[in-house]
Design a protein around this ligand. Sequence first.
Ligand SMILES: *Cc1c(COP(=O)(O)O)cnc(C)c1O
Length: 389
Amino acid sequence: MTPPFSQLTTSLDDIARQGLYRSRRVIASPQGINLEIDGRHIVNFCSNDYLGLANHPDVVNAFKAGADKYGVGSGSAHLICGHSAAHHVLEEELAAFTGRDRALLFSTGYMANIGVISALLGRGDAVFEDRLNHASLLDGGLLSGARFKRYAHADAVDLGANLDKTLGRKLIVTDGVFSMDGDFAPLDELTVAAKKHDAWLMVDDAHGLGVIGEHGGGILEHYGLGQDGVPVLMGTLGKGLGTFGAFVAGSELLIETLIQKARAYIYTTALPAAVAEATRASLKIVIAENWRRDKLRQLSERFRLGAEQLGITLMPSSSAIQPILIGGSQRAVDISNALLAAGFLVSAIRPPTVPQGSARLRVTFSALHEEQHVDRLLDALAEAIAGSK
Ligand SMILES: *Cc1c(COP(=O)(O)O)cnc(C)c1O
C-alpha cells in the first residue's frame, strides 16, 4: 500500500518544475518600508499598505485602547453577540466616507466577495466578470451557481455583446484598480453598459480606496460615480487603510439583503472590535492627509520616468502598483531573488495569479518611501534584469 498523500509529491514536483512553487518569508519587524528578514534589513516594495498606516502610532494606539475597552475576541458572529459599538460606528463612518446609505463589515475581502455575489445571484441568473478580476470575485461568481461569463479585460464592447445574449438577473463584477496590473476599470463605459442592459454593477475597490481620488474616495471618486451608477461597492481595510477586514456599501435594501443572505457574513466570527477601532483611526488619517496620496503619485511618476530612461518596460498603470512584465515564471523568480540579495523585496507574481506567460515583478509604493528609495530600486532593477538574460 502506498502511504497516504504520496500522489501529492508528484503534484508538488510539477509545481516546482514550472517555477511556480510558493513559499513564505518570515518577517521579524513591523510592517513598513523597512523589513527585517533572516536578520537582514530589506527595503519593501511589495506591500499593499500604500499609505503607510499599518504601523502608524495613532492606529496602533487606537488598537490598544480598543483591546482595553472590548477585549481581543469578538465572541461570535455579528448576528449573535459579536456586533460591538465599535463595529457599528465604523460602518456609519464608512457609509459617510463612501457617500452611501449604509456599509456592512465583513471579516475579509475574500469573504465579502463570495458573500455578496452568492447572496445576490443564484441559478437562472448570470454574472459577468472581467477576465483579470481578483480570485475572490471569480470564486464568488462560481459559488453563486449563476451562469458565469468572463469578458475581455476592460472591454465594455465585449461585455455588451455578452449581455445582449442573456436573460434573467445580471451582475457585472470588476476590480476598480486591477490588483496585478495597476490599471483602472473603464467604469464610465461599464455603467453605460449596465444601464442599457438593466444589469447591476459591483466594483471591488481593494486597491483604490484611500489611495485614488483627491479625497481618497477611490475609483468611484475618480470617475465621479455614486450609488446609482455603481450600486455595489466593496472595499478592503487591509490595504490602503492599513488594518484588516472589508466592507460592502450601498443602499438600505442591499445591506439588509446581505445581512439576511450572505453566508460568508452570517456564519463567521466578527473581526475583533479593536481592529474596528484601529480602522476608525486610520480612516481619519486617510481623510485628513492628502500628502500621502500626492506622495504616492510623485513616487510612481519618478519610477516610471526612471524606468523609461533605463529601457525597462512598464505596464500602463497610473496607480501605486507598477508591475514589470517578465514573462517566464522562473525568470521572474530569479530577478526577485537577485533583488532580495541586493536588499529589495519585490515579489514575483506568477500563474495562476496572472495569465500563463505573464509572470511579473509587482512593484508597489508606499507614502513612506522617499525618492532615494525609488532611485536605488531602479539601479538594482536594471542590474538584476540585465543579469538574468
Ligand atoms: C486583496 C484583495 C481582496 C481580498 O481582500 P482580503 O481582505 O485580503 O481578503 C479582494 N479583492 C481584491 C481586488 C484584492 O486585491
